[in-house]
Design a binder for this molecule. Structure first.
Ligand code: BGC
Length: 422
């Protein structure tokens, strides 16, 4: 593949989607689902464990107070995106964005099995209308890690026979939203959900059961296929996919074992799941955050440039992720998530620059990329870590609810303006 100096020139199609992403539970506030219950049960323990888990991070001094406070681990009211979404959509406009990815909170729509909440349905209809009014393309996610309590109590995605409830919800909400949406993600990061919830035990239902891990993975693939069929049954104009977390694995040295391990891990990370759903995807949603270097059968990443969460930062590698996935699956790609926990906003502009240059290089090499949706529009609830990691283009002051674009976001808005020739 070519790598010449013209590759650094940015030249994105006018119709390219430039946007930001959130998920319901991470920003809305006031949710009642399997996560909010778990948060309350585990907040104290998470606060007590914080120093052991996070004490080695460079950011520790800055985060210590928050990380040791049980309230950090309770989503609670957050910054009330549910009530204040219009303000947040104005931030998208300020950044000249033309796309927004969000999730519909299933527990609001169907708080009891089969009982639809008309007010919540109306809320999301109005929500989408408000985006449209601002010329912003909605990208709707149906499952972003949270479940209604009744569904999780009946075993959630552990049981294949439960998938029909998810399909019913998918069909219901998409027929309610009608033609005001076009791009739909059924399932966000199936493998992250399954591994955190059923192997590492970090997320509810906090199990360490490999049998269930694989079962949930397979059932999520089935859930995607079923939901995709149901949605396409409503209309073929819907473009449906999953958001696949794709991490790049590469051998850190030339040893045969390193090379074999890297390709086995890459297969497990990406291909195992994608192969099960790709024929039911109109495009591929890709979330990129990490690279891992493999030496023998171990991961060892350099630790000279890390995010606040201690993640090794290799933004340019997005090029290889895109080239690999497009080469293999030949589906147009939307980057549905990519971003950095950077409370001081020291590295975000650099991260975005390297990322979009990487995307451009992949596109120059023939990869069809249709959008870049940054994670995240605003600071939010980072699951088991709670509120201290700051992924937002906008800062959020949880005491006052004030949101404000960071400098990198103002810069990014200018870049988008140029790119869209506004
Ligand atoms: C998830 C988001 C999360 C982000 C940063 C993705 O794994 O979809 O919910 O906040 O990464 O960790």
């Amino acid at each position: 593949m070519s790598d010449n100096k013209n590759d650094n020139k940015l030249d994105f199609p006018k119709r390219f989607l430039w946007g930001a992403s959130v998920s319901a539970h991470q920003v809305e506030g006031g949710n009642h689902n399997q996560w909010s219950v778990w948060e309350l049960e585990n907040a104290k323990a998470r606060a007590v464990m914080a120093e052991r888990e996070l004490g080695k991070l460079d950011s520790w001094q800055q985060i210590e107070l928050e990380a040791k406070n049980p309230q950090n681990y309770v989503s609670g009211d957050l910054a009330d995106h549910y009530g204040r979404h219009k303000e947040d959509f104005d931030l998208l406009k300020q950044m000249n964005m033309n796309a927004f990815r969000f999730s519909i909170e299933w527990s609001r729509i169907e708080p009891q099995a089969g009982a639809w909440n008309a007010a919540a349905i109306k809320h999301y209809k109005d929500y989408v209308d408000e985006l449209r009014k601002r010329g912003i393309e909605p990208i709707v996610t149906l499952f972003h890690f949270t479940l209604p309590i009744w569904f999780s109590e009946m075993g959630g995605f552990e049981k294949r026979s439960n998938v029909k409830y998810f399909t019913r919800f998918a069909k219901k909400i998409i027929s309610e939203l009608g033609t005001s949406v076009r791009l739909i993600i059924t399932i966000n990061e199936p493998e992250i959900y399954a591994i955190q919830s059923y192997h590492f035990g970090n997320w509810p239902p906090a199990m360490d059961n490999n049998f269930k891990f694989w079962r949930v993975m397979n059932n999520l693939a089935f859930a995607h296929r079923q939901a995709s069929k149901a949605i396409h049954g409503l209309s073929r104009r819907y473009k449906v996919s999953v958001s696949k977390n794709s991490k790049l694995y590469h051998a850190g040295d030339d040893a045969l074992l390193s090379r074999v391990s890297a390709s086995v891990m890459q297969y497990i990370q990406d291909d195992y799941f994608i192969k099960k759903v790709i024929h039911h995807c109109d495009f591929l949603g890709v979330n990129y955050y990490f690279t891992s270097r493999i030496y023998g059968n171990r991961t060892h990443n350099p630790n000279d440039n890390l995010s606040d969460l201690g993640w090794d930062l290799q933004p340019s590698d997005i090029q290889h992720v895109l080239e690999r996935l497009y080469g293999k699956y030949k589906k147009p790609i939307i980057i549905t998530e990519n971003g950095i926990a950077d409370a001081n906003d020291e590295k975000r502009q650099w991260w975005i620059t390297k990322t979009i240059v990487g995307i451009q290089k992949a596109m120059n090499n023939g990869v069809k990329v249709e959008g870049y949706i940054h994670w995240s529009l605003m600071d939010n609830f980072e699951w088991a870590y709670g509120k201290w990691p700051r992924f937002g283009l906008a800062t959020v002051d949880y005491r006052t609810g004030e949101r404000k674009l960071r400098s990198s976001a103002i810069w990014f808005g200018r870049v988008i303006k140029k790119m869209r020739e506004l």
